[in-house]
Design a protein around this ligand. Structure first.
Ligand code: BGC
Length: 345
């Protein structure tokens, strides 16, 4: 079968490969891959900046934003042929650490977790893949067109869960939310904010293309280049990872505000930042800044509910380009108007 593979940490090594059928050890549920979402992490991996191959292997099958249809599943697994499924990305470490033992592998404490398509486990970027029943999530059969958005939605479902848990430290009645970055993570974070009833503002650089309209369709306010018109907000979800945007986000909340960082910055670009002033504001205003990564099963389930509650047409609008597997390289190109680009398997 065909799969997108890469030699981790070697730029230019990614290619469409012929590989053996998925090993049974990868899970008892055999899945026919339908779609694979491509994100910034995949681009980083292809540039040779991130990822680890499975022990003893040279190449890694890429891909962690999955969608497929079950071909075979054992009796009693909870899955049956024909089910629409998404595979969870992370697996707990072998020790396991406390959080992993509790099913909260997204909080793995020793860093020895593994991740499909990223860290030591083959990904979902192949025509067929296997998954363990405990790490598969079933979607409503009608979700064939947008189910590939489940993984990025799980990341923002976790972000919102964490924001709410932090908010519960006091009587917190947030009203206004700013999302920085109108890529898939930003727009999905905005969707979940709207579903929670917040007044939503989204900041991005572009003035045309689908992003401003997607925000308007959500009932949010789009800001191109400068969100000062949004005024002070209670919550910021930062989804660009860009230094100057992050720096602004850190100083932009009301008292008791929460800033949630979701973007993985490249680092190495120092900028002037008034640490003292930031510290002063944070302390005197009880502000919280926190980072969030990955998602556990609870977040995938919350994400499935969020997608079910969303307007289907709007979700379809997030997937701006679909490319066939033999032209998968095109999915990595950043074209004007791209939001989420998907490879059809
Ligand atoms: C994935 C997460 C993963 C993270 C770091 C992200 O792109 O969505 O599941 O934990 O990369 O590897």
């Amino acid at each position: 079968m065909r799969a997108i593979t890469v030699i981790p940490r070697q730029a230019g090594s990614a290619r469409l490969d012929e590989v053996p059928e998925p090993a049974e050890a990868a899970g008892s549920v055999l899945v026919d891959g339908l779609a694979l979402g491509i994100c910034g992490t995949d681009a980083e991996i292809v540039r040779g900046e991130y990822a680890w191959a499975p022990p003893g292997e040279e190449r890694l099958v890429l891909g962690h934003e999955s969608l497929g249809r079950v071909l075979e599943a054992p009796e009693g697994s909870g899955f049956a042929a024909g089910d629409l499924v998404v595979g969870i990305v992370r697996r707990p470490d072998a020790v396991p650490c406390g959080p992993c033992a509790a099913g909260e592998w997204d909080f793995c404490a020793n860093g020895e977790y593994t991740e499909r398509g990223i860290k030591e486990l083959h990904g979902y970027g192949s025509e067929r893949w296997r998954v363990e029943p405990d790490f598969a999530v079933r979607l409503d059969p009608g979700f064939e067109d947008v189910g590939v958005l489940l993984e990025p939605t799980s990341v923002v479902a976790k972000a919102w869960e964490q924001i709410e848990r932090i908010g519960a430290r006091s009587t917190f009645a947030p009203r206004r939310v700013l999302v920085t970055g109108a890529g898939p993570i930003g727009l999905l974070a905005a969707l979940l904010a709207v579903e929670r009833g917040y007044e939503v503002h989204v900041l991005d650089q572009v003035t045309d293309g689908p992003k401003p309209e997607l925000v308007r369709q959500l009932g949010g306010t789009y800001h191109a280049g400068d969100a000062s018109a949004a005024g002070q907000v209670d919550i910021v979800v930062e989804a660009t990872g860009a230094g100057p945007v992050v720096a602004q986000a850190l100083r932009g909340t009301t008292r008791n505000g929460i800033v949630c960082l979701t973007g993985v910055s490249s680092g190495g670009r120092p900028l002037d930042f008034d640490v003292g002033g930031f510290n002063r504001d944070l302390v005197l205003e009880n502000d919280v800044v926190f980072g969030t990564v990955n998602a556990n099963r609870r977040h995938y389930e919350a994400a499935a509910e969020a997608l079910e509650a969303a307007d289907r047409e709007w979700l379809r609008g997030l997937i701006t380009r679909r490319v066939p597997l033999d032209r998968w390289q095109e999915a990595l190109e950043r074209r004007p108007g791209d939001v989420k680009v998907v490879v059809e398997l």
